[in-house]
Design a protein around this ligand. Structure first.
Ligand code: HEC
Ligand code: HEC
Ligand code: HEC
Ligand code: HEC
Ligand code: HEC
Length: 267
């Protein structure tokens, strides 16, 4: 008896299996994208053992985030400071600032018992997500984009959803968030505070050609000097520096390309 089924049908079960797997995969991605809790975490604000205020320390006193979160730029993990950092100012015999205050009772006690203060975690990515702080900070993303206006918070709260869709929204359009590296921990940064001429000068100082900068300002744009760049940008973006103006230059000339493939975040 001849072959009842034509030859290609040998592959049919495999093709079907692959097809089904693809559909299942697509659906789960869709579900993950649309139904991960986008808003449920926003506002989460646990009570901390010590009423430590970022508004006082980072806002009024103007301490840089890295004074306390000292590994954030060099490590995947952002550390919470050890007691020793607090003792620099509140420790007995040192700064001694307010050390009699009841609000500092636990800090003073920590000095005697040498036990860490049991801070409650606010942000936590699931274990199956790979996240790295330094990879973002060294590429022009500010704490502000992911944690909100911490320098104005009495108690740290979850300001952004930190869901998969949220990560991807920025990965697709990083130009809406990129800023110069020296502004990463300046939570009050606004692009319109930048001096346009200095911004373009800084790109040229890094070896970018004026012609390439002009092309990024406007397709077909031409310029040979900082002055010409400034006047081209003023025509295109208006009197003040805008986010898109800064972000599109940094994205192009730093070659920023945030990953969108599954395995970069799920390793
Ligand atoms: C004087 C030290 C100090 C400075 C300066 C400081 N922080 Fe903190 N930060 C802490 C301590 C202590 C905690 C843990 C207690 C809490 O959540 O308030 C913390 C917690 C946080 C958290 C929440 C961590 C979690 O559990 O998810 C974020 C986000 C944060 N800080 C961001 C910042 C940013 C952004 C800046 C700069 C604008 C900054 N911090 C400056 C001491 C500091
Ligand atoms: C650079 C110095 C400095 C460091 C470091 C510092 N503080 Fe403070 N802290 C101050 C100053 C200044 C005040 C405001 C005092 C005032 O209100 O007059 C203050 C106020 C406080 C208060 C409120 C006290 C009250 O009675 O109103 C608490 C609580 C506190 N700090 C906790 C901490 C903790 C916890 C750390 C470590 C994570 C820390 N501080 C690190 C300088 C510092
Ligand atoms: C691109 C987004 C992003 C940026 C930028 C960012 N963070 Fe975070 N941060 C996160 C995420 C996501 C987590 C949760 C990470 C985890 O659980 O592993 C987190 C966690 C933290 C924690 C808690 C760490 C712990 O284990 O308790 C601190 C503190 C913190 N960030 C501080 C900062 C500071 C300070 C900056 C700026 C200098 C900053 N972050 C910039 C997204 C960001
Ligand atoms: C506000 C913008 C922004 C947000 C939000 C953001 N990212 Fe990124 N991400 C970037 C940029 C910019 C880069 C750097 C790309 C490059 O170096 O070319 C990056 C790079 C990465 C990388 C590759 C570098 C590395 O560490 O291997 C991973 C992984 C990553 N992000 C994961 C995440 C995850 C997970 C989240 C959400 C919890 C997140 N990102 C949220 C902007 C963002
Ligand atoms: C930029 C980083 C990033 C990329 C790229 C990414 N994910 Fe995710 N994914 C996350 C984060 C962050 C979460 C955790 C969301 C949360 O906790 O709300 C997550 C959660 C998930 C979940 C669990 C959903 C749930 O309901 O808990 C699945 C499934 C998933 N991702 C699949 C994928 C697949 C498939 C891809 C590739 C198409 C992908 N992810 C690409 C960051 C990423």
């Amino acid at each position: 008896m001849g072959n009842f089924f034509p030859r290609w049908t040998n592959w049919l079960p495999l093709k079907l299996a692959v097809g089904v797997a693809f559909i299942a995969f697509g659906v789960s991605v869709g579900v993950a994208y649309y139904f991960t809790p986008k808003y449920t975490r926003v506002g989460y604000e646990p009570t901390q053992p010590v009423p430590f205020s970022h508004k006082i320390h980072a806002g009024q006193l103007g301490l840089d985030c890295r004074y306390c979160h000292s590994f954030v730029e060099n490590s995947s993990h952002a550390n919470v400071p050890t007691n020793q950092t607090c003792f620099n100012c509140h420790g007995p015999g040192k700064g001694n600032i307010k050390s009699a205050s009841p609000k500092l009772e636990l800090v003073v006690k920590a000095h005697e018992t040498k036990q860490p203060i049991p801070w409650v975690k606010v942000h936590k990515a699931p274990d199956y997500v790979y996240f790295n702080h330094s990879a973002h900070l060294n590429r022009g993303i500010s704490c502000q984009s992911c944690h909100g206006q911490v320098n104005e918070m009495e108690i740290v709260k979850h300001a952004e959803p930190q869901s998969m869709g949220w990560c991807l929204d920025c990965h697709r359009n990083p130009e809406q968030k990129l800023r110069p590296l020296d502004q990463i921990t300046n939570l009050n940064y606004k692009p319109e505070q930048l001096d346009r001429a200095s911004f373009y000068q800084s790109l040229i100082a890094k070896g970018v050609k004026a012609g390439e900068i002009a092309e990024t300002i406007q397709e077909g744009g031409k310029a040979a000097s900082v002055e010409e760049l400034v006047s081209l940008a003023s025509l295109t973006f208006g009197k003040q520096v805008t986010q898109l103006e800064v972000g599109s230059q940094l994205k192009k000339h730093w070659q920023v390309q945030p990953p969108e493939n599954c395995t970069s975040c799920h390793r």
